[in-house]
Write a protein that binds this ligand. Structure first.
Ligand code: GLA
Length: 378
């Protein structure tokens, strides 16, 4: 049963039929990793895995709190007047949205919802962004308001920065809010624009879950971001997007130099990958993805042993055009581009050859899904 049915059922069992159902997808990034907070380019797509909220207003109009019945976590009550950072950890993104949307004059209390998700958590597929974007979409719909995807995304990003305390880029929330069915999107993280590109036929995207989950990755993420900012300062540019391979060679500290080299080369790979997609050159797209993995592993150092192993298993599998880690890194999922004619052989090979720390692989092959939307309750 999909998250849509499960969230609706949670609501129905406790409160009857929901008045509103909203969904927001997780994402996979095809290429362009750790470039978003450097004003650079990324090429993500939405996954056919959703976080769903089935919503209704409290039966008593005087009740101003929010009641959430969540699959796996049970019931939580959020008072919009409280500090969002004091709620139980899993609900912090939700409480953050409630607190920050209120600043826009949008009524954020007086409702209840059943929540379910098909986005694996901590796997690098943006489960937090999906929760933020679904909640924003639901509250805007309740208020009869419609925002552009970038405005939804910027609010979700503020939740990460100001409530959760992680200075993420804009990629995850922007693609969850703004994706188009059947397309990946070249995201310009300075212009804050999306250029939707259809995924050419003949190849499929395989998401490969290593079974590993990140621990304390937030600190490493912040460290990488700080270092990129220091590198930009040393080069006297606004962001690493404005640096070049020859200019980063001037950076004195060798670690900072390698981090900056990743960002500069990854930006170029991402633009080349979008061009390869446009011309239907799947072999070139796959090659760039594999190059991206090497750069993340060796220069940016955000891969992990499970990720490296599954990428190697994928590259040795029949029909694999390219493979790389995806998302923030260290653990979670990798992504491969696979010849559509040999998907079954590819999957069988990776499933049988990957084994890390007691984990076996899980593989989903998918095509790009649509961004967040309001659904008609059934
Ligand atoms: C996480 C962040 C994104 C992005 C990626 C790395 O997913 O939320 O903003 O920086 O890491 O590309």
């Amino acid at each position: 049963m999909k998250a849509l049915e499960r969230a609706t059922r949670l609501h129905r069992n406790r409160w009857g039929e929901p008045g509103l159902v909203v969904r927001a997808p997780g994402r996979v990034n095809l290429i362009g990793e750790h470039t978003d907070y450097n004003d650079g380019f990324t090429l993500p797509m939405a996954l056919p895995f959703d976080t769903v909220l089935a919503i209704s207003s409290h039966s008593s109009p005087r009740r101003s709190t929010v009641t959430i019945e969540s699959e796996g976590f049970g019931l939580v009550e959020i008072d919009p007047a409280d500090d969002p950072a004091t709620v139980v950890p899993w609900a912090i993104h939700l409480a953050g949205v409630i607190a920050l949307l209120a600043e826009h004059g949008i009524g954020t209390g007086g409702w209840r919802a059943g929540i379910a998700t098909d986005v694996p958590t901590g796997a690098g597929l943006s489960s937090s962004a999906a929760l933020e974007v679904a909640t924003i979409t639901g509250l805007l719909a309740r208020a009869g308001r419609a925002w552009k995807p970038i405005d939804v995304a910027l609010l979700g990003q503020r939740v990460e920065h100001e409530v959760v305390g992680v200075r993420t880029g804009i990629m995850d929330q922007f693609i969850s809010a703004g994706a188009v069915l059947g397309h990946a999107s070249l995201m310009d993280c300075r212009a804050l624009s999306l250029d939707h590109r259809p995924l050419p036929g003949g190849a499929v995207i395989a998401i490969m879950d290593t079974g590993t989950r990140r621990v304390l990755a937030e600190a490493a993420y912040g460290e990488r971001r700080d270092r990129c900012e220091r590198a930009a300062k040393e080069l006297d540019v606004r962001a690493l997007r404005d640096a070049t391979v020859s200019s980063v060679a001037r950076i004195t500290d060798p670690i900072t130099r390698r981090r900056a080299l990743h960002v500069v080369t990854e930006d170029q790979r991402t633009l080349d990958a979008a061009a390869a997609m446009q011309s239907g050159n799947m072999v070139e797209l796959g090659r760039l993805m594999s190059e991206s993995h090497a750069s993340l592993r060796d220069d940016f150092e955000v891969s992990g042993p499970g990720l490296d192993q599954i990428v190697e298993a994928a590259l040795a599998a029949p029909g694999c055009l390219g493979a790389r880690m995806t998302g923030g890194g260290f653990a979670g999922c990798a992504v491969a581009l696979v010849d559509a004619r040999t998907v079954d052989e590819f999957t069988a090979h990776v499933l049988s050859s990957y084994q890390f720390d007691g984990h076996r692989a899980q593989i989903w092959t998918c095509t790009p899904a649509a961004g967040a939307s309001v659904l008609t309750p059934s």
